[in-house]
Design a protein around this ligand. Structure first.
Ligand code: NAD
Length: 317
């Protein structure tokens, strides 16, 4: 099976890539990005691919004989607000190109992640149901709602097997996060280990849903392996793992690093965080494809600190 990954050198792609190469064989997984990351070529096949260029995408898919695409290339929430035009082009044109080339070239499956950013101030804040009001106030959220609708259209109209989840903030110790509103939940670990102090860009009582990277990868692989007949939805499955206030995360880190100090200086990203839900109801994902997270706040914090400390020691983070 030939697998193509777009946006492969970002936060999620750089950890999904080795998992896919373990599963399908190193040479069967083509890692692509708008810019190539130094050293990535040693890990398996790589190619330059800008997803806004439909012809380039089609040529790459034809050359590889792609069976499955993991489409991760995107502009994330905070960066998107700085350049909404670019965010729309990358997020919407990129997705449309992937769906259209998949239809034309008989790609059998597509994974495309949506986000909790599909929800907005008029959505419920807690235990948000799978189906509810979705009127986001960020361009990122607008592109994710429109993307879910477009992907569902391709699934219904052309029987394209496109699947996806609404990821919460993803926490990981590998490639740094790419300009999202939940980046603070990663930055805090780097700061705690490097200097013992962190100044956060959201409030101490800011609560958002989060997920540790092993659960994030597991969600993608489990959903893609699920029996299609069991799925009530194509894209946009709510998936939930943990929700915490930033102050709770800081307190958890302090259990491991007692001298750690966190200060709070909210900036414009606080308003984005305030428009998002605090927790999600993921019963549809649990029922349809047996989704189950393994990391809570305590387990994630302990693992993050030890993994990241080892990486920092090796000069790898
Ligand atoms: N990380 C999170 O917390 C999170 C949460 C919810 C949803 N998601 C979604 O998961 C997917 C992957 O996110 P991520 O965290 O790995 O993002 P990231 O920003 O770390 O990586 C995205 C990659 O896409 C690349 N890219 C940008 N424009 C491109 C283009 N025109 N052509 C090709 N590549 C391009 C970037 O260079 C980057 O390497 C995205 O769809 C994102 O919306 C992420």
């Amino acid at each position: 099976m030939k697998v193509l990954v777009t946006g492969a050198f970002g936060q999620i792609g750089s950890e999904l890539l080795p998992a896919l190469r373990d599963l399908h064989g190193r040479d069967n997984v083509l890692a692509t990005g708008r810019r190539l990351r130094a050293g990535a070529a040693n890990d398996g096949p790589v190619a330059k691919l800008d997803v806004t260029l439909g012809e380039q995408l089609e040529a790459t898919v034809t050359r590889q004989g792609t069976d499955v695409i993991y489409h991760l290339a995107a502009v994330l929430s905070a960066t998107a607000e700085q350049d909404p035009e670019r965010a729309w082009r990358v997020n919407m044109e990129g997705l449309r190109n992937v769906l259209e080339v998949s239809r034309r070239r008989n790609v059998s499956q597509v994974f495309w992640p949506s986000s909790i950013a599909v929800f907005g101030p008029s959505s419920p804040r807690d235990d948000v149901p799978q189906e509810t009001v979705m009127r986001p106030t960020t361009i990122y959220g607008v592109s994710k709602v429109a993307g879910e609708l477009l992907a569902d259209y391709y699934a219904g109209r052309f029987s394209l097997d496109v699947r996806g989840v609404r990821y919460p903030g993803i926490i990981s110790s590998g490639a740094p996060p790419g300009g999202g509103t939940t980046d603070y939940a990663v930055e805090i670990f780097h700061a705690a280990l490097r200097s013992g102090q962190y100044t956060a860009f959201v409030r101490e009582d800011c609560v958002l849903p989060m997920m540790y990277m092993p659960d994030c990868i597991n969600a993608a692989l489990t959903l893609m392996a699920a029996d299609r007949a069991r799925l009530c939805y194509q894209t946009g499955y709510n998936v939930s793992a943990m929700s915490f206030a930033l102050g709770e995360l800081a307190a958890e880190i302090s259990k491991h690093i007692p001298a750690f100090h966190c200060a709070y200086q909210p900036d414009e990203r606080q308003a984005i965080a305030d428009s998002w839900p605090q927790s999600l109801n993921d019963s549809a994902a649990r029922a349809d494809w047996d989704w189950q997270p393994h990391y809570d706040l305590q387990a994630m914090t302990a693992d993050m600190l030890s993994t990241l400390a080892a990486r920092l020691k090796e000069g790898d983070a």
